[in-house]
Write a protein that binds this ligand. Structure first.
Ligand code: MN
Length: 298
């Protein structure tokens, strides 16, 4: 922001409220509503975000063998896993691995490529219980698609935190809210917050008008701009006609995941777990995968 004050910024209207699409299984561990790219919202409109899979709170019965999805590759983007309930254990072909604990976020840069597997943490799987998670894919600009793979394991305690004047708080994973920065480093400008206003109170947010901006009601429900009702598990896609908008919590313990990012204005070529700019790059990714260049993982 330069000299512009909040009062001079235009309101950003709601483009649409999107109900959760029919859920599908990823492996046997993730029962997800796919809002995009195969759902109601197009990949081009949602850039820099490419995929949003939302595992609404789901009860998993106790099982000795952990629920999850076995080894699979990724190249050309980042996967961001937000564990609201339950824990996710992961391992990759570079020898990395760990557990995403409840309340934590894993920001994985697949970049040039790796194989990984994602399972419910062993002990939680044995106990059974509620599992509630978001996985978001963030595209990388062409110049960074082949960057070396890396992880950012972001614990809840590391997140930026702003107490709201009327009660509640904002947890900042990436980007900046009210002068407080989130710990995640990103390749293009991305804001990612958990916004938790107290019931009956409103929080105002502002991002550059051209940023793709959406709000997912992960707990409770709310209203955007004092008018558009946002029920639980629904997404509000904001228009690009202004900067600022408000979220009101209309239930106790509401949590809204706010995502806002600068669109990457480059061609998209995608095939399964590969996200590149051209068909030739996709063919190369498939060749590299088939010839073992992503490494090996049992
Ligand atoms: Mn994966």
């Amino acid at each position: 922001m330069t000299a512009t004050t909040k009062h001079e910024m235009a309101m950003r209207t709601v483009e649409r409220i999107v109900a959760p699409p029919q859920a599908h299984w990823v492996g046997d561990g993730f029962h997800v509503h796919g809002f995009f790219p195969h759902g109601p919202l197009s990949a081009k409109r949602m850039s820099p975000f490419f995929l949003l899979d939302y595992n609404a709170p789901t009860n998993f019965p106790p099982r000795e063998e952990p629920y999850g999805v076995g080894p699979h590759p990724h190249r050309g983007f980042e996967t961001v896993t937000i564990a609201y309930k339950g824990k996710v254990e992961h391992h990759d072909s570079h020898g990395g691995g760990g557990v995403i604990e409840e309340g934590d976020v894993q920001w994985m840069t697949a970049g040039s490529g790796l194989l990984h597997k994602e399972f419910h943490e062993q002990e939680r799987s044995r106990q059974g219980g509620l599992f509630h998670m978001v996985q978001l894919w963030v595209n990388l600009p062409a110049k960074d698609k082949m960057t070396p793979p890396k992880y950012q394991a972001i614990t809840n305690a590391q997140m930026g935190r702003v107490e709201l004047p009327d009660g509640g708080e904002v947890e900042i994973i990436a980007g900046e809210f009210d002068g407080v920065k989130g710990p995640a480093t990103t390749f293009t400008p991305v804001n990612m917050f958990n916004v938790r206003p107290k019931k009956g109170t409103t929080v105002e947010l502002a991002f550059p008008a051209n940023f793709t901006t959406l709000v997912l009601a992960v707990e409770g429900s709310g209203r955007i701009n004092d008018s558009d009702v946002l029920p639980t598990d629904h997404v509000a896609l904001l228009a690009t006609d202004g900067e600022r908008f408000t979220i009101e919590a209309t239930e106790e313990n509401s949590t809204f995941l706010v995502l806002s990012g600068e669109p990457i204005d480059e061609p998209i070529a995608s095939y399964g777990p590969f996200l590149m700019n051209t068909q030739a790059e996709l063919a190369q990714a498939i060749d590299d995968f088939n010839s073992g260049k992503f490494g090996h993982l049992e």
